[in-house]
Ligand binder design. Structure first.
Ligand SMILES: [Zn+2]
Length: 269
């Protein structure tokens, strides 16, 4: 199995509108086997489905409501239950195509939450989507920022068994509670400039996946990230773990297949 899986990227972002074809071609040349395209709000669901049809067998759709919602033109706020109204019917409509529900989660960055009720709103949005994922037998693709512990605790309380914690910024000890629950953690290229290096050291390779979060979380701040940078995550993990790049590729791709079994159509052993 020669190749990588980008378990979390935003290929529907406006940043890729002009050259998405080229970005996808370059990803394939760089050894990617599949991309998981995650959503942030109902407004981009159709675009993600279209991309997954256009790049069928390579771009795999995940639909979900992110804990931070855009308020055009340039503001952001925490998610609230009414944000699910437009989302749920589209999730239902495409349930057979989806490989996961996401991007969902909790983000307690102070500028997005100013009160306990803001946090509670985000929790309710996550709980509802965890229920939907369970009903549809789909894994969750999860964001957590300044909320590592509450996110993992909520997932466990809700009986979530299949989850990917993307770009986890919590303590390694909290991440290890997730490992015990069977969760996976995906490492973005920004790891080379982050303070989460201890996390990679502690996580067993059997619980690690790769992601880019493109166009965000690249190796360089403010520069558009692309799926080809998945190799930077893999190389970093290989160095920290003292195993070959081959091994990182093999194991993380196996992990992705275990968590997202619908990828089997794209990846043959
Ligand atoms: Zn993301």
């Amino acid at each position: 199995m020669q190749g990588y899986v980008d378990c979390h990227c935003h290929i529907s972002a406006g940043d890729f509108d002009k050259d998405v074809e080229e970005v996808i071609e370059n990803s394939k040349k760089a050894g990617l086997l599949a991309l998981l395209a995650v959503a942030e709000h109902a407004g981009e669901f159709n675009k993600i489905i279209e991309l997954s049809q256009r790049f069928s067998g390579f771009v795999f759709p995940c639909l979900g409501v992110h804990p931070v919602q855009e308020v055009p033109p340039h503001q952001q706020r925490g998610a609230a239950p009414q944000d699910l109204d437009a989302a749920i019917p589209v999730i239902e409509k495409y349930k057979d195509e989806l490989v996961a529900i996401g991007e969902v989660g909790l983000d307690f960055t102070p500028r997005f939450v100013s009160s306990e009720s803001d946090k509670e709103n985000q929790r309710q949005v996550l709980i509802r989507q965890a229920q939907i994922a369970k009903e549809l037998d789909l894994p969750l693709n999860v964001h957590s920022r300044s909320a590592g512990r509450p996110t993992i605790h909520l997932l466990k309380e809700q009986g979530v068994e299949k989850a990917l914690l993307h770009a986890f910024d919590g303590k390694p000890s909290v991440a290890m509670e997730g490992v015990k629950a069977g969760y996976f953690f995906s490492i973005p290229p920004s790891i080379i400039r982050s303070e989460q290096q201890k996390l990679v050291k502690q996580l067993p390779l059997e619980n690690i996946c790769l992601e880019t979060d493109s166009p965000a979380l690249g190796p360089e701040k403010q520069v558009r990230n692309e799926p080809i940078n998945i190799r930077i995550s893999a190389e970093y993990i290989s160095t920290i773990k003292g195993v070959s790049l081959e091994t990182v590729m093999e194991v993380t791709t196996q992990n992705a297949l275990r968590l997202f079994p619908k990828l089997k159509s794209a990846i043959r052993p």
